[in-house]
Design a binder for this molecule. Structure first.
Ligand SMILES: Nc1nc2c(ncn2[C@@H]2O[C@H](COP(=O)(O)OP(=O)(O)OP(=O)(O)O)[C@@H](O)[C@H]2O)c(=O)[nH]1
Ligand SMILES: [Mg+2]
Length: 299
């Protein structure tokens, strides 16, 4: 297979603090929604492989839960999952925002990644909101650490710098045949993405501790002959009192969650969807090791 001699493929871990835009960046690179994102911290809960196949290379990105000061068992599980993702990578992208300085958490995370022995690429995201010398000062502060093989400014929102990022990552991948079939975009199944899309909408529409108390379980999917897909799913909350919050007055909030989720699920499946949502309390699930592992899709 002469074509494979020139082909490059490998695993690129995407790390960084929570909310810096790692998942948004991956969706922008892949040109479609593969992973969920939100303005609230700790959105990604498990490592998810997202695959970009070009004529020259296949980049298997590993999206990871963002780093944060864990206060709960769920939070600690997310950090464990992030650390586990560093295994077997060919290189890592460390994503930051253009806020000019290196925080202690970043310094520590970068040191840990540097010890793994693969090249590190710094990705400064959100340059669309950088003002004045923000970007230059951020680049300077991170370059001084001496840990990065490359430094690339991008905006996941506008798409600026993404081609450059993909080209650069490709040059660091080993020659290898493709690792996944070229039509694969994500290593997780359909039900997982449906659950995630519902969780994304419920996260968007709730506040304070509620987004961190949510999990979603798809109970039933039926692809009918007439093209319609019937889906039954439950939104799980951590306390009885949160049930009413998610349902909302007269069922208004759960309806809005359902409407938004259905639109995204229809786009993903390319079929019309009938979505039935229920809310269930599983008191204390975020403090139960086994439930947390099961409900976050941890590896
Ligand atoms: N202005 C701007 N906002 C961005 C950009 N990229 C991401 N965001 C926003 O940043 C927020 C966090 O995005 P996510 O992609 O969920 O961040 P994440 O790093 O995956 O977060 P965790 O999964 O919690 O670790 C969302 O509100 C995004 O819309 C960007 O390039 N510019
Ligand atoms: Mg994320």
């Amino acid at each position: 297979m002469t074509q494979d001699l020139q082909f490059h493929a490998g695993y690129v871990g995407v790390f960084g603090q929570t909310n810096v835009g790692k998942s948004t960046l991956l969706n922008a690179i892949l040109g479609e929604k593969v992973v969920i994102t939100s303005a609230k911290p700790q959105t990604t809960r498990c490592s998810i492989r997202c695959v970009l196949t070009t004529a020259e290379a296949q980049i298997v990105f590993v999206d990871t839960p963002g780093l944060h000061r864990a206060k709960t068992l769920l939070g600690r599980q997310l950090l464990r999952e992030s650390h586990r993702s560093a295994r077997g990578l060919d290189l890592a992208a460390y994503v930051v925002e253009p806020w000019r300085r290196v925080e202690d958490e970043d310094r520590q995370a970068i040191e840990n990644l540097a010890r793994e022995g693969f090249p590190l690429i710094l990705v400064v995201n959100k340059i669309d909101v950088a003002r004045g010398n923000d970007l230059e000062e951020t680049l300077l502060a991170y370059t001084e650490l001496g840990a990065f093989a490359e430094v690339i400014p991008v905006s996941a929102r506008t798409g600026k710098g993404l081609d450059d990022l993909v080209k650069t990552l490709t040059t660091y991948l080993p020659p290898s045949p493709a690792l996944f079939s070229p039509d694969v975009k994500c290593d997780r199944g359909e039900a997982f993405l449906i659950e995630e899309l519902i969780r994304e909408k419920a996260t968007e529409l709730t506040y304070e501790e509620v987004p961190h108390s949510l999990a979603v379980r798809v109970k039933w999917v039926e692809k009918r002959d007439d093209g319609l897909v019937e889906i039954k799913a439950e939104i799980i909350v951590d306390r009885e009192s949160q049930k009413g919050i998610v349902i909302g007055k007269g069922g208004r909030l759960i309806k809005r969650i359902g409407t938004r989720a259905r639109a995204d699920i229809e786009a993903f499946l390319g079929r019309r969807v009938f979505l039935e949502l229920a809310v269930t309390a599983l008191p204390g699930w975020t403090k139960d090791e086994r439930e947390v592992r099961e409900l976050t899709g941890a590896s």
